[in-house]
Design a protein around this ligand. Sequence first.
Ligand code: 5RP
Length: 285
Amino acid sequence: MDWGLKNRLSRIIKPHNNRALMLAVDHGYFLGPTEKLEEPKKVIAPLLKYCDSLMLTRGVQRTSVDATSDTPMVLRVSGGSSIIGDDLSQEDITVSLEEALRLNASAVAMSIFVGSKYEYQTIVNLGKLVNEAEKYGIPVLAVTAVGKELGKDARYLSLACRVAAEQGAHIVKTYYCDNFEKVVESCPVPIIVAGGKKIPERDALQLTYNAIKAGAVGLDMGRNIWQSEHPVAMIKAARSIIHGNSNVEQAYSLYKKLSANDKPNNPNQKKNKSKKPNNPNQKKK
Ligand code: 5RP
């Protein structure tokens, strides 16, 4: 493997334990002002020192992250649809590799939509992105997005992860599911698990623990951290599993201890579910 690629990968997956804690804040690229991520700068600042890398868009990186930060950036380079559009799978590459280099990205990320209307387009784009990114030694993280009608089970997620790896993705991000070992076993590159929609903190820590036990190298968690009443306590608790080998009880005790004296995250903020307008024609995610 090229030195630059290897070096960038080692910023994301820590070589001393082969583990990774990524904080995802890229949701606005199709969801707009996602609940509790309305002001990315305020969300990111207190969490930055507890994640190994930050997954985001160029807009959020430029406007909401201190340029003196030494946290590695995983730059989303795909987009093109929104939650109120016709089909979320209709994505293209929207950010060039030159831009990724200007932003000092440690990796670039894009979604593939296996089993969806725009499957072909997104998989071909992944192959092309790998061709270009390898010229510059930049790793590619493939996000396996899932159509609602396909279900997030081991059979489907194994297919999506394997397709991504076969196209040359250096890291694959997917969802946790039952029999997750099967997904890991049949994917020849490291797998990182997305957190998914907000669930109780203990359950999110259980998911983290199960994913690591099943062979994932780490987590790319967003909503279950910054939609928690106590984001810093939550990221520290998740970190204790990923990098400290805590079990779920230990991690949840840490969460409770840290949150006991912490001011809740935006306790009076109105739920802004209305900011994600319903589109009856929307089929994906
Ligand atoms: C959005 C993404 C997110 O980064 C990913 O879903 C992780 O965030 P969360 O833990 O909130 O699911 O790729 O398309």
